[in-house]
Design a protein around this ligand. Structure first.
Ligand SMILES: C[S@@+](CC[C@H](N)C(=O)[O-])C[C@H]1O[C@@H](n2cnc3c(N)ncnc32)[C@H](O)[C@@H]1O
Length: 202
């Protein structure tokens, strides 16, 4: 089985606990390193790997037109419950087959570590294709150990930035942060936030 298959089973098994846990830190605190680079609402936002729908609900409340996508049925149901005006799809990277249109902001928060290394070029190209001209993509990249039931693969940030540049995505920000979760801080988890913009000179 692929990394992705194991990841989805791990999330499905723990979904009730994770749905509660993901509200420990509010969206505006989580996105503080990059929030100033969000395009002004109302524009189209795609929340990839939306988890419990925390950020989908937050973006909808800010006036964005939000589409959310996640492969885990329990997360999709919870996102539908808390963000009824959003479009919610059950789907997964790298293909995102059911996602249509062009987005001005794509959020990929705490997801990239779960994408098989071999699938990342296709996933990045698909996301680049879903960005509108001058649209921005926010990626938070996790470093360090994962939960044993939700496997992770190492992320090479320089390679990610370089692959993005080849797709016409210019780096607007790269910021290293610690974890906002006590247990992950203790485990040595850190993050790199990237904001990439489509269409500018790479
Ligand atoms: C750590 S959670 C983050 C959830 C949410 N973005 C947040 O910040 O709270 C990772 C999410 O990625 C989703 N996920 C796992 N594999 C995925 C894939 N191949 N494509 C899209 N989402 C995926 C999981 O179902 C889960 O909701």
């Amino acid at each position: 089985m692929t990394l992705s298959g194991n990841v989805e089973r791990g999330y499905a098994a723990q979904a009730p606990a994770l749905i509660a846990q993901y509200d420990n830190v509010p969206s505006d605190t989580i996105y503080a390193p990059v929030r100033d680079l969000f395009p002004v609402a109302p524009v189209r936002v795609l929340d990839v790997g939306s988890g419990n729908g925390r950020d989908t609900e937050w973006c909808a409340a800010l006036g964005y037109d939000v589409t959310a996508v996640d492969p885990v049925a329990a997360f999709v149901a919870e996102t539908m419950r808390r963000a009824p005006a959003a479009t919610i799809l059950r789907d997964r990277l790298p293909r995102l087959r059911s996602v249509r249109g062009q987005y001005d902001l794509i959020l990929v928060n705490a997801v990239w570590q779960h994408i098989d290394t071999a699938d990342r070029p296709e996933a990045l190209a698909r996301l680049a294709g879903l960005l509108a001209e001058r649209g921005r993509m926010v990626l938070s990249l996790r470093h360090g150990p994962g939960h044993p039931d939700r496997p992770v693969a190492v992320i090479n940030v320089d390679a990610t930035v370089s692959d993005a540049a080849c797709l016409g995505l210019r780096l607007l920000r790269r910021k290293e942060t610690g974890s906002l979760q006590e247990a992950n801080t203790a485990a040595g988890v850190t993050w790199t936030w990237l904001v990439l913009e489509k269409g500018a000179q790479a």
